[in-house]
Design a protein around this ligand. Structure first.
Ligand SMILES: [Zn+2]
Length: 199
């Protein structure tokens, strides 16, 4: 029985045996399948996807659709916790090179960053959909967002209770707080439904 290896290990083994070569999916998958079946009764699950994921995590360079390359010097240049340059460029382009919060761009004197909407440590990936353009002030603010988000959600609960109890003083207090959130463009994705109609 051959030594057990993971799909990722087998893929990297093949690429490392063929450094700096443009390799199509097909032969890589054939190799991985053949090696995998030496110690497993079942064929490997979705090696295509594993190749894409290795690329997204900075181990392989995508040459074009379905063609990847392993460059032994490449991985050091890539921050594993970040988007690759190609993905970053696409996200910036999609967002018209403007911060999605304040709409400012480099011509307004702000530096633009590409941010993970869902952080990697919460399971967010390096896909285009999970990226957004932020100016550096908003990127810094975002790091504190999880706390302001919790705060805003808590105020929404207070507000809903106040509406139910017709507590006008508390309703007004909460509405002032929501205005402060809006004024500073904090957590605009958390919507407050205002239903003051009974007053
Ligand atoms: Zn901004």
């Amino acid at each position: 029985m051959a030594e057990k290896k993971t799909i990722n290990e087998l893929i990297m083994e093949y690429f490392k045996d063929h450094p700096n070569m443009d390799l199509k999916h097909g032969p890589v998958v054939d190799y991985v399948t053949q090696e995998y079946l030496k110690f497993s009764a079942e064929p490997p699950r979705d090696p295509w996807r594993a190749i894409r994921s290795l690329h997204q995590n900075g181990y392989l360079i995508k040459v074009k659709k379905g063609v990847y390359r392993y460059d032994p010097n490449y991985k050091e240049q890539v921050d594993l916790w970040d988007f690759d340059e190609e993905t970053k460029a696409k996200i910036l382009e999609r967002d018209n090179y403007r911060c999605v919060v304040c709409g400012r761009g480099e011509e307004d004197g702000v530096e633009l960053t590409v941010d993970h909407k869902k952080p990697k440590n919460s399971g967010g990936d390096n896909s285009i959909d999970n990226g957004q353009t932020l100016c550096s002030p908003h990127n810094i603010l975002k790091k504190k967002y999880s706390r302001t988000e919790a705060g805003k959600k808590y105020i929404i609960q207070l507000y809903e209770d106040a509406l139910r109890e017709r507590d006008v003083a508390m309703i007004n207090f909460c509405e002032d707080l929501f205005e402060v959130f809006d004024k500073h463009h904090i957590d605009e994705h958390i919507k407050v439904s205002k239903k003051k109609s009974f007053i």
